[in-house]
Ligand binder design. Sequence first.
Ligand code: GLN
Length: 564
Amino acid sequence: MRETKFIFITGGVLSSLGKGMAAASLGTLLKARGLSVTIQKLDPYINIDPGTMNPTQHGEVFVTDDGAETDLDLGHYERYLGTALSQKNNYTSGSIYYSVITKERRGDYLGGTVQVIPHITDEIKLAICGLAENKTDVAIVEIGGTVGDIESQPFLEAIRQLRGDLGKDRCLFIHLTLVPYLAAAGEHKTKPTQHSVKELRSIGIHPDIILCRCESQVSMELKRKIAHFCDVDEDAVFSSVDVDSVYKLPLEFYKEGLDQKVAIMLRLPARNADLSAWEHLVSVLSKPRDSVTIGIVGKYVSLKEAYKSLHEALVHGGIANEAKVDLQYINSEEVTPETEARVLAGLDGILVPGGFGERGVAGKICTVRYARENKIPFFGICLGLQCAVIEFARNVLGLGGADSEEFAVDAEHKVIYLMTEWFDYHKNARVRRDKDSDKGGTMRLGAYPCLIREGSLAFAAYGSKAISERHRHRYEVNNKYRDALEAGGLVLSGLSPDGDLVEMIELSDHPWFLGCQFHPEFKSTPMNPHPLFRDFVRAALKNGRGRQDRDFAEPVSSKADLSS
Ligand code: GLN
């Protein structure tokens, strides 16, 4: 039986230093050394999970196969490690307190006073040690927030205790701090790092490795200074430099020897990391053979993090076609019949992403019509599929009152509706029940199978009939309208195995027009670009080349044909 080793990553000075990226990149290196690696995120906030948070505040909600609504850092972990994670990989203060309070109500602590130490900290340790179960060599645990935050204290106390419980050989502390470059002084500054480490040590955690987030490499001299002031080995101070592509970070860490130092300190088997696949990836990213402009027409455009996985999946689609993908985020509220030609001009492909609530939906429906009529490659995801169905019903079938029950409870034609009876029948479906779940407010979550129709765009992409994808939505295509939609020319190319749920739609008289009820972006990785994103980007490239032909009336035969 293997003994799992733990690496704890804390952050100091300020947030957004890239702890998630650092954890994922270190995990990548250790995996490339032949180790089995998992990563966990511990979030200090009180929400039980980010499922109820606004994406423009918190960023995307990442969904796992087992239906957990998790922090977007899990998306980074999955994309880098190439392995599916689960509910066990993300806990919050809220979820920890919830299980302690549930136990208290059940009488598990009868007679005792329930306290932060030991009850909350024990629950945190249980959550961390839960990673050790399945033959994992290394578990990387990222503590959200910044050292000094009130909320993160129980987590820091728990990992401090674990070092004592498990021993020095099985626990390693990495602290990520900021080393700013002061242009006026012409030098990097170490004081914030010194203060941050002091704060960490005041709660009993002595970092083994310090990772310095910096614009450019920190000099040896400065590393020595940090080592001296923070009491770590001289060769245990590393730079985490700004990179133009996040996929370069594992290679940067490797150049500095981070994985080597970690392996020595944790007594992991000595073996060199095989990074050839990552080197190839970075070389493709650095020398694209073509470029394409894709518009994402959504309503959470004020915070790019709200579409994190989508953004990455489109980059992956570009990698598969050796093309650079320029992404334009367009606020759907700005798209109207009067503005559409201007706002959507110059896009080679259009994507309407998922979303909740009515705001911006009119613009999304307008966008779908524009893409359909102008034969621009179109990809609709979740709400994007629902908008495409509404648009088709209104403008092709002539059902003026077509809408979704989400926005118009009394709509004449609820082509998208709450399928309460489906949830009643599938009692074991993975769902999150809302407070008004008796009214059918139930979210379909996690992986569900889907069967694809042969000869469709979907089949051409996946190359197989049976697939599984992740869901996060309440509403479905109304089966009452299926015959009419099909008779009008909409292809229902993906259905649930029992045939009850429409999972994919497409048009056959269009270069590439596809909608899916699930979120394929959650399963795309740079090493394995998702087939739908690959084909969408390919169609957009073809469209872009055609557009150039039209604009300049000159052949582009000299350009590499990436469509094959
Ligand atoms: N709001 C829609 C629903 O709940 C779509 C959700 C989504 O796009 N993820 O069904």
